[in-house]
Design a protein around this ligand. Structure first.
Ligand code: ADP
Ligand code: MG
Length: 140
């Protein structure tokens, strides 16, 4: 498996509780390198575009409200098989179902406020990285 990149967000519940360093430690211990990172306040339009695939879901309004409720840290992670590896490190969407040692098991409070986002495919990773980063902001 070649080196690849994935897109990550440390969500508002992580910034609010001062957990960005603790989450980054888990990411780095898993062998993923943080090659781009920026703390931003997501606009409503950015959040709606980012989660467009979920716009018909009952939780969409709540999700957009949460993602714009405070600052987030957007990241580009690099490593062997990074997309699948990060999904593994994150754990299941619902922290009640997440495996021991995963970020969501350690830190997440609910299925909505679940601390991190990670791309679900290499193609989506490219699209998501392009929404928040320019090439010059990433140094592998
Ligand atoms: P994942 O983030 O694991 O890829 P999904 O793509 O299914 O999960 O959902 C996107 C995000 O929407 C989740 O991370 C979570 O913040 C929120 N979400 C998903 N399911 C629910 C739900 N049943 N109730 C509230 N929020 C949800
Ligand atoms: Mg998803």
């Amino acid at each position: 498996m070649a080196t690849e990149r994935t897109f990550s967000i440390l969500k508002p519940d992580a910034t609010k509780r001062n957990l960005t360093g603790a989450v980054n430690a888990v990411i780095e211990e898993a062998g993923l390198r943080i090659v781009g990172q920026r703390r931003i306040q997501m606009s409503r339009a950015q959040a709606e575009t980012f989660y467009e695939v979920h716009k018909e879901r009952p939780f969409f309004g709540e999700l957009v409200a949460f993602m714009t409720s405070g600052p987030v840290v957007v990241q580009v992670l690099e490593g062997e098989n990074a997309v699948a590896r990060y999904r593994e490190v994150m754990g299941a969407t619902n922290p009640a179902q997440a495996a021991e040692g995963t970020i969501r098991k350690k830190f997440a409070q609910s299925v909505g406020e679940n601390t991190v986002h990670g791309s679900d495919s290499a193609e989506n990773a490219r699209i998501e990285i392009a929404q928040f980063f320019q090439d010059g902001d990433i140094a592998g």
